[in-house]
Design a protein around this ligand. Structure first.
Ligand code: ATP
Ligand code: FE2
Length: 329
């Protein structure tokens, strides 16, 4: 019998349950996202969403995988980084299941899981990764036993910038897909602050300037187009530099913003220029979901990692480069 891991994700507004085998077969991947009517996500409301819907989502994932609770060999959960109340609710569900089923409990770093699911899907061994989402914007490469952050945002994440700007432009949450659609109709490039500092970048200037352009009467289409070209161009530049520096031969695009076609096209161009292979994580595995937690649970458990319940406190500020990646060393 193959080892089966149930992965539970709940770092922010999404709650997900995924079931993955030790061979990397995704048996199911079910999630639900809390979409606030207006404003950002409230951590307490999101944690209530997870508590209310979590058990049902897990049940649906089990049914769609065609397995019973007794078939689960490992329970993995997103231990951080993320919003405290969301992480605690998710961890509580995972602990209960692990105790009840008598199977190991594995804590997973959410950012590392976004990278590893991309490697599973692509077959990549050692990529430079562009990880872009609502909470994170990082260019990462493996070195010396850890995933090192080569460059990152100095202020807000690119997805957050798109969501907050979208709110000002009258779009719903999340605004990334709407901005992508509007950008296709843009015809005029409006100059915005292109802000790359060494290997890091900054998005708050783009947000402020784009809002001003809107107040001055420029079209949503032109603003969306200009924001994408500037924000994604910046990412292309640091990805390019990371490739030149590390000499790695694979470029991976992962995280919720990986769903953006223009960003993928730009990074594909970078890859071609550098003679490296490019992969963009497919839409169902790009955003926050449980399959990536389950797969990382398999990898981590394989190298002997598991948690005692008493030591399984959540880590809201757990950085990508703060975890020893012993399954790769
Ligand atoms: P993390 O905890 O890793 O930071 P997250 O909570 O932001 O993740 P994800 O599902 O990984 O969740 O990413 C959501 C983000 O992806 C949102 O900011 C959303 O606007 C953005 N996004 C989704 N689709 C698109 C798109 N087509 N173009 C641009 N951005 C997109
Ligand atoms: Fe995420």
């Amino acid at each position: 019998m193959t080892t089966i891991c149930l992965g539970i994700e709940g770092t922010a507004h999404s709650f997900g349950a995924g079931i993955v085998t030790e061979d990397g077969e995704v048996l199911s991947n079910v999630w639900d996202m809390l979409s606030p009517a207006e404003g950002g996500i409230h951590p307490r409301e999101a944690s209530r969403h997870h508590a209310d819907l979590g058990p049902e989502i897990i049940k649906t994932a089990m049914e769609s995988a065609g397995i019973e609770f007794r078939d689960i060999d490992i329970v993995a959960f997103s231990r951080g980084p993320g919003l405290g109340p969301c992480l605690r609710t998710t961890a509580t569900i995972a602990r209960v299941l692990s105790l009840k089923l008598g199977v190991p409990l594995v804590g997973v770093n959410h950012c590392v899981a976004h990278i590893e699911i991309g490697c599973l899907e692509s077959g990549f061994v050692d990529p430079v990764t562009v990880y872009v989402s609502g909470g994170n914007t990082q260019v990462i490469a493996f070195a010396g036993g850890r995933f090192r952050t080569f460059g990152e945002t100095l202020d807000i994440a690119v997805g957050n910038m798109l969501d907050v700007l979208g709110r000002s432009l009258g779009m719903g949450f999340p605004a990334g897909p709407a901005i992508e659609r509007e950008a296709l109709k843009g015809t005029r490039y409006l100059p915005l602050p292109y802000s790359v500092k060494g290997m890091d970048l900054s998005y708050s200037g783009i947000l402020t300037s784009a809002r001003r352009l809107y107040d001055e009467g420029n079209s949503v289409q032109d603003i969306s187009f200009s924001v994408q070209e500037t924000a994604f161009g910046m990412l292309g530049e640091i990805a390019e530099r990371a490739l030149a520096h590390t000499k790695k031969k694979e470029l991976l695009l992962t995280g919720g913003v990986a769903r953006n076609n223009r960003l993928a096209e730009l990074l594909e161009g970078v890859s071609e220029r550098h003679g490296v292979v490019f992969h963009r994580v497919s839409p169902p595995l790009a955003g926050d979901q449980g399959a990536m937690i389950a797969w990382n649970g398999i990898l981590s458990h394989r190298s002997g990692n598991h948690l005692e319940v008493r030591d399984s406190h959540v880590l809201p500020r757990w950085r990508t480069d703060e975890q020893d990646i012993d399954w790769r060393s």
